[in-house]
Design a protein around this ligand. Structure first.
Ligand SMILES: Cc1ncc(COP(=O)(O)O)c(C=O)c1O
Length: 443
């Protein structure tokens, strides 16, 4: 079979994808597309091109479909010409920026920059080895101790990526005899960790603790270790988990509870102490606190905080920590300084709450569908159609507002949306202008 023939099959599949999307918004899954692509050459002893050519990977066809075939401007990989705060500059134009999670305006803060610079001058830009074998720098432990204290638990370990922290931790602590139950809206990094662990996976409807309790009542006994996973503040929807309810259930069924605080640290609670501060709970009530350094803490990386034994287990045997380089010292220093500022200046958190509430209130007044958002920094605009979401994002861009579209397959098609991240750096006038323009564009 000639290569061009395979090429035309890809074109046919592409056409079919576009057709299906326009008709019903129901796209086939990757498996189904691969089956079609792989059918070519089968039975003739030939290896289908889909098995050795990247341009025939179903994920590629799906991810580029909208931009390549539906005549919309490419909304991805926009290049910012400076640090992105409440205002950003792209292609020489100033835009009001709602597209990044610099929630407390600490990315670029002079003290944070200075801390990173000093660490860089002293230690260089890399840890240059795994901390376990190559050794660490004082700033690694200082950051971990500060985070452990912040969460009111024994200890903490910091890793080089937030996503990888979830993958490594879940993949390492749980195995094929175990069960992991997660909220329906949980982040991809948790799902990848579950795959790595080989544990059985179940999900409960978003924030439906009655369903969780029921499920555990039925199947808890069939497994050894059981982990329940939730997010403090849900990253796509901006609503808060029922932490007291989750703690009661995990105690009743003798499970572990993990809470991903990626968007909650620095955002929830009067002092930005995360969901624990929001509900005024003790740190040890949650077995595994996970957080990222890339959001309120102006850096890059993730951490796990909890009991001494759990942290020791991860530090001495989790492959993603043991066999991976330590966090770059300037990044550890930056996040440590950001954490100090957060604790010294709770007014940043209060301003973030005021601005987020203003956004939510104004959007609701204008009849905009903000879904489940509770007005804590993440405010979606649900449009229920990927194409519409991308076009809206492009129209807003033209009118001076930068906001991401979240389209299929990142969320289900009917959940396609714009997602606004509010920052304490925004001005009230910017929030008012953004909501007014959004309403006009939607109309
Ligand atoms: C809930 C949640 N967990 C984990 C991550 C991964 O964190 P990072 O982007 O710092 O790798 C994200 C990323 O946005 C997230 O939203």
């Amino acid at each position: 079979m000639s290569r061009s023939h395979y090429g035309s099959l890809v074109d046919k599949v592409r056409e079919e994808l576009v057709h299906r999307f326009l008709q019903s918004k129901q796209l086939p899954g990757s498996e189904e597309i691969l089956t079609v692509l792989a059918s070519e050459g089968k039975g003739k002893g030939e290896i289908p091109a889909a098995f050795y050519q990247f341009d025939q990977f179903p994920e590629l066809l799906l991810s580029r479909m909208m931009v390549d075939h539906l005549n919309v401007a490419d909304p991805f990989f926009k290049c910012h010409e400076g640090g992105a705060g409440a205002i950003t500059q792209i292609q020489g134009r100033q835009l009001i920026n709602f597209s990044n999670y610099n929630y407390l305006g600490l990315n670029g803060h002079p003290r944070v920059n200075q801390a990173a610079l000093e660490a860089m001058q002293r230690y260089g830009t890399s840890a240059s080895a795994s901390r376990l074998v190559g050794g660490e720098r004082p700033v690694h432990r200082q950051l971990e101790e500060a985070l452990a204290e912040f969460y009111g638990v024994d200890d903490c370990v910091a890793m080089v990526s937030g996503h990888a922290t979830n993958v490594n931790t879940i993949g390492h602590l749980f195995g094929p005899k175990d069960l992991i139950i997660h909220d329906h809206l949980i982040h991809n990094s948790i799902l990848e960790g579950i795959k790595l662990s080989g544990a059985a996976r179940r999900r409960f409807a978003h924030n439906d603790l009655v369903a969780l309790d029921h499920m555990l009542g039925e199947i808890r006994g069939q497994f050894e270790r059981v982990l329940v996973v939730a997010e403090g503040l849900y990253s796509m929807d901006g609503d808060v988990a029922d932490l007291p309810g989750l703690i009661a259930i995990k105690k009743q069924h003798k499970c572990f509870l993990m809470v991903d605080e990626a968007h909650s640290l620095g955002v929830l609670g009067k002092n930005g102490g995360g969901i624990r501060d929001h509900f005024n709970m003790a740190g040890p009530e949650v077995d595994i606190w996970m957080g990222t350094l890339s959001k309120s803490l102006a850096g890059c990386g993730g951490f796990i905080a909890g009991s001494r034994s759990m942290i020791r287990l991860l530090k001495y045997s989790a492959s993603g920590f043991v066999f991976s380089v330590g966090m770059a010292p300037p990044l550890a220093a930056a996040s440590l300084e950001a954490l100090r500022i957060l604790q010294e200046e709770p007014q940043r958190v209060q301003r973030l709450h005021t601005l987020s509430n203003l956004f939510l209130k104004r959007a609701r007044e204008k009849g905009i569908d903000t879904g489940l958002s509770q007005g804590f920094s993440i405010i979606p605009t649900l449009v229920g159609n990927s194409l519409k979401a991308v076009r809206l994002s492009n129209q807003l861009f033209e009118r001076g507002i930068h906001v991401h579209a979240i389209a299929y397959p990142v969320v289900e098609e009917q959940a396609a949306r714009l997602r606004f991240f509010v920052s304490s750096q925004h001005e009230e006038s910017q929030i008012e202008a953004a909501v007014t323009t959004l309403a006009e564009v939607l109309a």
